[in-house]
Structure formats: structure tokens, C-alpha cells
Design a protein around this ligand. Sequence first.
Ligand SMILES: Cc1cc2nc3c(=O)[nH]c(=O)nc-3n(C[C@H](O)[C@H](O)[C@H](O)COP(=O)(O)OP(=O)(O)OC[C@H]3O[C@@H](n4cnc5c(N)ncnc54)[C@H](O)[C@@H]3O)c2cc1C
Ligand code: FES
Length: 271
Amino acid sequence: MTAPPVPYRVVRRRPETADTITLRLSPAGPDALPAFAPGQFAMMYAFGVGEIPVSVSGIHGPSLEHTVRAVGATSGALHALLPGDRVGLRGPFGTGWELERAAGQDVLVVAGGIGLAPLRPVMVAALADPGPYRRLNLLVGARSPDDVVFHEQLRHWAHRRGPHVAVTVDRAGRDWHGGVGVVTTLLNGARFQPDRTTAFVCGPEVMIRAVARELLHRGLPAERIRVSLERNMRCATGHCGHCQLGPVLLCRDGPVLGYDRAEPLLIVREL
Ligand SMILES: Cc1cc2nc3c(=O)[nH]c(=O)nc-3n(C[C@H](O)[C@H](O)[C@H](O)COP(=O)(O)OP(=O)(O)OC[C@H]3O[C@@H](n4cnc5c(N)ncnc54)[C@H](O)[C@@H]3O)c2cc1C
Ligand code: FES
């Protein structure tokens, strides 16, 4: 038995790119979901259309932010929501990034495309309370400048004292001042000591594999490379088996895993 979705209301809608928006959601009635941790996800129900897993990209007391890329029917319906519209939410589900594991270490946040959405609360938390960590790095890759999400926030973080923030794109016009190339090219400019670093990596699986391979090569232990894996989900409560990947149910044991556990799973393609 899964709990019914709790009604939330869209209180703000911010376009990120041509196909991606961030929705700020507040409880529409007396009920609210329990607190989310960075890295966890909600099942978002577009009434009359369907329900999909979406990571939390912002946590503001009982209000939540979710960043949705329109790729199909349900994500398209969520993308079309306007302030005042309602959505159903279940959650929180899954494992979190567990930033506290990086205490005393350099922090390396590596995001590809919309993979920055689940990592955004990690950056917010690390910047709000930087004390426990050594150096903080954020490396972002996107297909083009128009595909970079959270533009303003990235600019703001880049101008703050402390974090090293770098963005690269696969292809760019003349007015682009960031890097050009895959996100692994940014590792050389990052400030981290491999044997004292925890990495948090999210993006397309090909990018996760490339980043993890490079970090392993530089001496990061696999268990200190935390990655988030995506598979289609239905119940999100560990019952239907829809998200099974080898011995792992990603809705329950993931989506965030150490690379020591994730690497053997990444050879299993989604059916
Ligand atoms: C734990 C988790 C967290 C997620 N967080 C986010 C998020 O923060 N923001 C966001 O926009 N999306 C996120 N997703 C992906 C999102 O759930 C899918 O895009 C969505 O399920 C697509 O459903 P649809 O009905 O709109 O499209 P469908 O009609 O189901 O699919 C349309 C196309 O998208 C592809 N697709 C379906 N699911 C995925 C997927 N998981 N990854 C990549 N391609 C997919 C399909 O192969 C198809 O080509 C997350 C998925 C998981 C498992
Ligand atoms: S989605 Fe049903 S077991 Fe994971």
C-alpha cells in the first residue's frame, strides 16, 4: 500500500532553460510531507496524467523546489503548471547525498546538465555552513550555454569568496566566457587533495562513468565518490520491483550510492 499523494500548490515557476523549469511548491492544505534531505526525491503526480520521480532541488521549510525537464507526457504536464495550480506529492524517498560524510575533507560537486538540480541543496548547505569542510568545488558541464540551469545562482556562487566554481559546455558561441569541453577537463583547475576528498556526482550515466574513472585514477577511493542513479519508478516504496538494478532497488537503496556499489550496476542497461 502506498500513501496517497499530498496536495501541494505551485507558488512560483521559474524558467531555467527552453525545456526546464523550477517549481516552488507549498502545502495546499493542512498536510505536508516530512522533511526532505538533499539527494532524496518525490513522486510528483500531475493530476490525470501520471506520476514520476523528481529530485528535490530546494528545501525551504515546508516548501519544496523541484526542477523538471519536459521529456514526455508527465514531465511535460508538470512543466506546463502555473502558479496556483495543484500537484500531488509523495515522499521523501531514497537515500540522500549525506554531505556530513565529507567533514574534514575537500568537497567536489560535479554536475552534468539537469544533474545540478539534486546537487543544488548540497551546495546551499555547504555554503551556509562551510566550517566542517576544507575546500569546496563545483564543476558543471552542459551541452551549450543555453542548457546551463541555475544561471544566476552559479554566477553568484562564482563571485563569492571560498568556492571554486567552473562551468564548461560542449559547444559555445563567441560570447561564452566559460570552458569548452567535457566536464572532466575542469578537474585540473579544481582544488582538492584526492586522498582527502569526497565527490558528489550527478548527470547522464556516461558522464558519471567518465568522472568516476578519472577520480579513481587520481586516487579517490570508490566509496568516497557518491553518485545518483536514475531508473524508471512506480511505487517508490520498494514493492513493485520496477527500479531493480541487479540486487539493488534504486528507490530504496538509492538513488545515491557509493561508486563501489554503483560501478557494477552501471553495466546493466535499462530495459
Ligand atoms: C530518482 C530520480 C530522480 C529524478 N530527478 C529528476 C529531476 O530532478 N528532474 C527531472 O526533470 N527529471 C528527473 N528524473 C527523471 C524523470 O523521472 C523522467 O524524466 C520522467 O520519469 C519522464 O517521464 P515522462 O512521463 O515525462 O516521459 P516518458 O514518456 O516516460 O519518457 C519520455 C522520454 O524520456 C526518457 N526517460 C524516461 N525516464 C527517464 C529518466 N529517468 N532519465 C532519463 N530519461 C528518461 C524515456 O526513455 C523517453 O525517451 C528523475 C528520475 C529518478 C529515477
Ligand atoms: S519503484 Fe517499486 S520497487 Fe522501486
